[in-house]
Design a protein around this ligand. Sequence first.
Ligand SMILES: [Zn+2]
Length: 87
Amino acid sequence: MTASETTRPCDGTVVVWEQWITHFSPTTCPECAALHGQWFIKGQGPQPPRHVNCRCQRKEVYWECTNRPPGQAPAGSGRAGTQPRPW
Ligand SMILES: [Zn+2]
């Protein structure tokens, strides 16, 4: 095992979280602005682009090994700044 290995040892379900990164500009829509910093399970929730010229992104920020059913959010997650374990 080396630190550069990308293996994710897990005997449950790997859940990948993505954080919405809003591209702020004078034309940023309120919906995108409100999404900034929010966390979503990969493949779920709103996906960019949400509108014409949307430059927002979703970035993988966290993964966890869980025995919960996939798609069920852990307590306290879903918002920026609550990550217990970074990449
Ligand atoms: Zn946008």
